[in-house]
Design a binder for this molecule. Sequence first.
Ligand code: KG4
Ligand code: ZN
Length: 430
Amino acid sequence: MIILGIETSCDETALALIETRGSEAGMEMRVIESLVHSQAGLHSAYGGVYPTLAKREHGKNLVPLLGKLLEKAGMQAGMGAGAPEDPGVRGLSERSGSGASSAGRPETAGAPAPIGAVLESFREEIAPQNPELFETFAAADFLKGPAPAIGRIAVTEGPGLEPALWTGINLARMLGALWGVPIVPIDHMEGHIVGSLVPSDAANGAWQRLHDAPMPAVALLISGGHTELVKVARIGSYEILGATKDDAVGEAFDKTARLLGLPYPGGPHIAELAHKAWEEGIPAPVALPRPMISSGDLGFSFSGLKTAALYAVRAAARGQDGALPDAFKKGLAREFESAVSDVLSSKLAAAIEAAGAGSVIVGGGVSANHALRRAFQEAADRYGIPLFMPSRHISGDNALMIAVAGAFGSSGARSTTPGSLRASGTKRLS
Ligand code: KG4
Ligand code: ZN
C-alpha cells in the first residue's frame, strides 16, 4: 500500500510517500519520496516560530509541494509548477526512476469524489480558515485528474501549533474526500519514535525492514517543543515516564543561542561553537547548573539553565560595551552543551533501569547534536543494549516518519472520517 504522510505541526511543511508490503510483524517499506520545505528563515526574525505566519506559509506551500511530490514519484504528469523555490525544499533522495509501482488501493474508504463536489462541501469551513490552502487546492490542475494509487493518508494531529496543524489536517480531509481514501491521525511524537527506526539507507528507495528494537524500549524525545522519556511497550503503546516541567531542551538551546546573538534555530550554532571550544581547548568560563540531575525522578527542567546562562552573559558583557568575546561564547556553548548532555544521559540511564529497557530510541531535532549522540551511545553501551537514532537528515521534522507511523495497525484501526479529525495542540502520547 502507498501511504501519503503530511506534517505541519511547526515550521516545516513536509510531505512524503512510502510504500509498504507484508504483515505488520514482518512489514517492509520503501521510501518513494520525502520533501521538506523549511520556514525557519522566515521565523528567524521573530526569534522563534510565529504561529499565524506558520499557518499561512503551510497554506501557501502544501498544494504546490504535493504537486512536486507526486511528480517526482511519477504519480502525475509534469504538474509541479509553482512549487516553493527549490533551495528551501529538501528532498530525501534525488534518484531517478524510483517512482511508485502501480500498487492498487486495498483500503479504499469510499469512492473518489469530483473536485467540484469536494470544494463545495469544504468551502464554508476551510475557505475562511485556510484561504491560501483552499485557493491553491481549487486551482491545482493535477488534482483534477484521476486519483493516484494512494491507499491511506497519515497526518499529524498534534502536538504542535494548532493553527499550523489544522492546515495539514484540512489538506488531508480534502484529499481523503477527493481520492476516497482513509485518513489516519498521527501523534507527532510517535512519528519521532518510528522515524528513528527507519534504516539510514532507506533513502535509496530499496525495500527495507524497520529496525527491530527489542521491547520494551525507552524513547528519549528531544525537540524544540518537547523533552520526554517514554516507555514503549510496542509501537502504538506508550507510557510517559518523565517530561520537562518548563522549557524543552531545544528551546533552551534556542534561547541560549539568542543570548549569544546567534540566529534561530540556535541549536546547531551552539553545537558548532561548542565544537570549536573543544578543538581550541577553550575552557568553560563559568560552571552552569545540571538542573534536576539528582531529583530522583525522570522529570527535567531547563529554564534554570537558560537563566544561569543569561547571568553569565550579562556578567561577561559588563565593561565590554555589550560585545561578548569570542572565547567566552565558545566556552559558554561548550559548558551549556555539557550540562544538557550530563542531565539527559543521567536521566536516560535512570529510565533504562526503571523500565528494564531492551533498547533505546532517541528522536527529535536535538538528536542531530553530535556530542549528545555520543553521550547517548555511551549510556546504551553501559547497559549493553542497542541504541536507535534517526539518520541526521531526518532528525528534524519530516513527513516520512508520519507516513511510517501510519503504516502500523494501531494507527490503521484509528483511521477516521474527514469530519472527525481535530488538531490537538497539547496531545500526549498514550
Ligand atoms: O524536532 P524539531 O525539528 O522540531 C520540533 O518539533 O520542535 O526540533 C527542532 C529543535 C530546535 O530547537 C533546534 O535548535 C534543535 O532542534 N536542534 C539542535 C541541533 N539541531 C537542531 N539542538 C542542538 N544541537 C543541534 N545540532
Ligand atoms: Zn518534532
